[in-house]
Design a protein around this ligand. Sequence first.
Ligand code: HEM
Length: 256
Amino acid sequence: MAVQWQAGWLSPKPVTDILRQTGDWAMRFLVITLAVTPLRWTAHWNKVYAVRRMLGVTALLYTLAHLLFWFWQQDFDWGPIVMEMVLRTYLSVGLAATLIMVALGITSNDWGVRKLGSVGWNNLHWWVYPAAIASLVHYFMLIRLNAFEPALMAGLLALSAGFRFLRKRESDFTPLSLLALAALGGLATALIEAGYYAYSTGVDVHRLLEANLDFTYEIRPSWYVFGAGVLLAVLRILRKPAVMAKRTARVSPSSR
Ligand code: HEM
């Protein structure tokens, strides 16, 4: 972003451009952070857990930068800033998400885990979901024309939530349940996108849903979410035998 600004590639309102870009990246990192656990479960890839806190803190840092650029856009005029935050719903919702993320960020270190204990820490960090939902509401309230990325982010979050729900019911995922989840995630994304356009433009929801089957112009976000779910199912199929073989070798020394 700094390079874009320095090189003059931004619009005549660079502060607004950076405000939008930092908002986009805050949302993306939040979604990526929540994708870590499903990836760990399906790919049996424990090492990926090591970067989860780092990714969450990155989402927080982008959010704080986003907030700073909003203050800048408002010329650091604190009276109107406070008024706007209270009176404009999309800003109040964004503020709620930010405050939750700050609380999570402060405790995202070894001190936080020690102080809260693992149960307390997990209970507190469950709040990442309300923060993500509030961020999404903020995002949807700000869509100017194209709902592609907000729908994609909403769909990926729904998929992550679906994994957690499934995990509570099955101790280990079967490829079939993962494929069903991928299909449900894609469907949820199509419904969210169509629902948004139907609400904001009044176009018939059936026609909007049919657009998901037309590939001439653009592949709709529902297919990307479905693809992400299928990818995790494939990882589960490919990785499971290798992980099981490794575990057996560790347990029985005679197999060495
Ligand atoms: C107090 C907290 C927040 C304030 C004051 C705030 C303010 C704003 C404003 C004014 C815009 C509109 C920019 C424009 O189009 O002119 C915006 C857009 C956006 N914000 Fe926030 N925001 C806050 C928190 C968050 C959080 C927590 C997230 C996500 C983690 C977020 C993500 C976004 C996204 C994705 C956009 C749309 C960017 C685009 O148009 O491409 N915001 N925010």
